[in-house]
Every structure is written in structure tokens, then in C-alpha cells.
Ligand binder design. Structure first.
Ligand code: ZN
Length: 414
């Protein structure tokens, strides 16, 4: 909230300067990032130009990624103030594009292209007189082979990867016997997740929920809490899993909201997912597919992602993790029943990448559907969040009581 207010103040200040109005300099003007205020696309299926208006010159780096075809423009942190829906529809070689923060100090534009392209030119022009600076990207259609050659060269260059969150969290080796729980608010930064018709973003809803749940769990004094993110930043799926393993977590809860498109009908309520190679139904398969795209959306190079969900499951089968995950999912649904509206089939399974830590019991909680008018009211209500997070605390207490009592191999309900 404070940061938003600051950015707004800075934006108003910059706006005032641009309009030649008397300047009222905010106290935090040093926080002002370059402002990107508009974007235009021109061209056809052979050559396409993207132009972004930007308040000052920044260093950029443009490169291509395959599977799917994307062009990435990395730059220092920029405040994007594009008109709503900018990037949703492309033109020429640009199918669509997204923009946002990928790490503190680093912003990115991710362009989905209609096919293989080459970055012909990428540069930024200084502002001149009353004209803003301009970031210009020229793309040319090429064949797949040419594209792959260029992408291979691009990817040999060192690049800052989005970094992990929450480095200050307690480590597993500090002698504290309390179990470590990792809470994982989905999406973040350039990846907004789903969006309600009223504009609320999944990344914001799940972060606010996750922070409240963390506070409530911390208040019990029984657990050491780790978050995969505590602010609006992007974290790779693999990084979330690595963090849980690194901290020797004994429970990992990924928090999300679902959405259905209008023509897909209506659905409501919370659902708890565990990992499975075979999705329990078509809806679960669709959701896992959508959630697994987070890295693609944020412009991450997936060519080095080796492991198939099937391989991970073979590994998992040799451990107790899967039983514990299922057990916790049952306990969680049992507790949530009293307070939250549940989906008509509240326990499901599918191949979620974020649930693949082989030694950490993991569930993915879909709090509800941002596409459902009753659900979105609840998801954004402090009362509802508070009640539901209290139920989750009770489920976690019950899970660990059973587990620590040594009878954890049996399912806690049914
Ligand atoms: Zn999600």
C-alpha cells in the first residue's frame, strides 16, 4: 500500500513536471523509476515494430526464446503505466505481450510471436523536447532453423536470473526443532495469474492471503515460516520447489485462485490439489496446464528443465511424501468445509510442477474462482480471509499432531 502510494505520488509529480505545473517534490523522489506510458505496434507478418514511450533512456537487452517463440526485453526497473489491456492484442509478428517486474531492480517485456523471428534492432532513444524517450524493437520473420541458431547464441550469454525471495528466513540447521512450513503465493511480478472481471489480480489476492496465513501460523509459535515471496515479484516454479527442499520444509502450501472463461460455464468454491501424473478430471488437467505456464509467461528459458512429472513420481513412490500430502489434503478439506464454500469435488490431483519436491509433503490450494461473483467477493473480504486462514491453521495443527504422534501413515479422515 505504502509503495503504491509512493509510486502514485511520484507519477503525479512526474506528470506535473511534464505538464509544466509547479513542482511539488515528494520526499521519496529518489525512488522514481523510469515511466513507460504507452506502446504501439506497426507492421505485418514479415516485419513488425514495437515502440514503447519511456520517460528516460535505459539500457535494454533483447533476446529470443523457443518453445514457445518469444522475444524478451530486459531492462532496469521501470514503472509501467500502460493503458488497460495494452499487450493483450498484437499485430503482425506480435501475438501479444506482457510486462512487469521480474526481480527487484529488473523489469521485462515478454512478447509472444506468431512464429520464429529475429531481433533486427533494439534500442532506446533519448527524450527530445516534449517528446518522451522511445524504446524501439524491430522484428523480422525467419525460418525455425535460423531462429534456433540465434536463440542458442543468445542463451550462452550470462543473464541475471530472477532471484529467490525471503533469504532472511530461518534455516533448517539452527537447532530449532519446530517444523518448517513454506507458503507459496502463486505468480507475482510480470506474471499476474488470472484476473477477475472487476480487475483484481490473482497474484495480489494470493499474496495478501498468504501473508495473513503466515502471521496466524507464526502467532501459534509452533512453526518456522518461510515464504517463497512476500512482495510483488516473480519467482520461477523450480525456485519455489528448491526453496522448500533447501529449508527442509515439512509442509509446502501453494496458494492460488482459479478462473473459468465465460463460455466454460461457472464454477465456485475452494479445491485442494495434490500431485499426480494423471489428472483426476479434465478441469484439473486444464488448471495444472495453466499454472505450469507461469515460467513461460515470465519469459524463462525452459530448455534446461529436465525432469518429467512421470520421473518425479517414480521417485516419489519410494517415499512417504505422497501419503503425507494426501493426508494433509484430506484434513484441510475437512476443516475448510465448515467455513469456505468448497468446489463440488474439493479433492483433486494433477501434474503441478510446483508440487514436485520429492521429500516435502505439498498441496496446492485454489481458494476459489475469480470468475465467480460470490467467490470474488469472499476472496477480497478480510473477514473471509481471516476465517479461512484460521481453519487452515487448525488443519495444519491437526496434521502435525498426528504426524508427530507417529501415526502419520494412516489417512486422517474418511
Ligand atoms: Zn494460479
Amino acid at each position: 500500500m505504502v509503495r503504491y502510494a509512493t509510486l502514485l505520488a511520484v507519477a503525479l509529480w512526474v506528470g506535473a513536471v511534464a505538464a509544466g505545473l509547479p513542482q511539488v517534490r515528494p520526499a521519496t523522489a529518489s525512488q522514481a523509476y523510469p515511466l513507460a506510458t504507452g506502446a504501439r505496434i506497426a507492421g505485418n507478418q514479415k516485419q513488425t515494430r514495437l515502440v514503447v514511450d519511456i520517460s528516460q533512456k535505459v539500457d535494454i537487452r533483447a533476446f529470443t526464446l523457443a518453445n514457445p517463440y518469444r522475444v524478451i526485453i530486459d531492462m532496469p526497473q521501470v514503472t509501467f503505466q500502460f493503458p488497460a489491456k495494452t499487450g493483450e492484442r498484437g499485430r503482425g509478428l506480435v501475438k501479444a505481450f506482457r510486462y512487469g517486474l521480474v526481480m527487484p531492480g529488473g523489469s521485462r517485456i515478454v512478447i509472444d510471436t506468431t512464429g520464429p523471428v529475429r531481433v533486427e534492432r533494439a534500442y532506446v532513444l533519448d527524450p527530445v523536447d516534449d517528446l518522451p524517450g522511445r524504446l524501439v524493437l524491430d522484428l523480422t520473420a525467419v525460418d525455425r532453423e535460423t531462429f534456433l541458431r540465434a536463440a542458442a547464441i543468445d542463451n550462452r550469454l550470462p543473464r541475471d536470473a530472477p532471484r529467490r525471495a525471503d533469504r532472511d528466513a530461518p534455516t533448517a540447521t539452527d537447532g530449532d526443532p519446530r517444523p518448517v512450513i513454506v507458503l507459496d503465493p502463486g505468480h507475482g511480478g510480470i506474471d499476474s495469474g488470472t484476473r477477475a472481471a472487476s480487475g483484481e489480480l490473482e497474484k495480489t489476492i494470493v499474496l495478501e492471503f498468504g501473508l495473513m496465513l503466515r502471521d496466524k501460523l507464526e502467532q501459534t509459535g509452533k512453526y518456522r515460516m518461510v515464504m517463497t515471496r512476500t512482495d510483488d515479484r516473480f519467482v520461477e516454479l523450480g525456485e519455489r520447489v528448491r526453496l522448500a527442499r533447501q529449508r527442509d520444509a515439512q509442509l509446502f502450501i501453494s496458494i492460488h485462485c482459479d478462473a473459468l472463461r465465460r463460455r466454460e460455464g461457472d464454477a465456485e468454491g475452494a479445491t485442494v490439489y495434490t500431485l499426480s501424473e494423471h489428472a483426476s478430471d479434465a478441469e484439473a488437467a486444464r488448471l495444472a496446464d495453466a499454472e505450469n505456464k507461469a515460467d513461460v509467461i515470465a519469459g524463462v528459458d525452459l530448455s534446461h528443465e529436465p525432469n518429467d512429472i512421470a520421473d518425479i513420481l517414480i521417485d516419489l513412490a519410494q517415499r512417504e511424501t505422497k501419503n503425507y500430502s494426501t493426508q494433509f489434503a484430506h484434513v484441510l478439506v475437512g476443516e475448510l468445509k465448515a467455513t469456505a464454500r468448497l468446489h463440488k469435488h474439493p479433492l483433486k490431483a494433477a501434474g503441478f510442477r510446483v508440487l514436485t519436491a520429492p521429500d516435502v509433503p505439498s498441496v496446492l490450494l485454489e481458494l476459489g474462482y475469480v470468475s465467480n461473483s460470490d467467490d470474488i467477493k469472499q476472496l477480497t473480504s478480510d473477514d473471509w480471509r481471516s476465517q479461512v486462514s484460521e481453519k487452515i491453521v487448525q488443519a495444519i495443527d491437526a496434521f502435525f499432531t498426528t504426524r508427530l504422534a507417529g501415526s502419520g501413515a494412516k489417512s486422517g479422515s474418511n
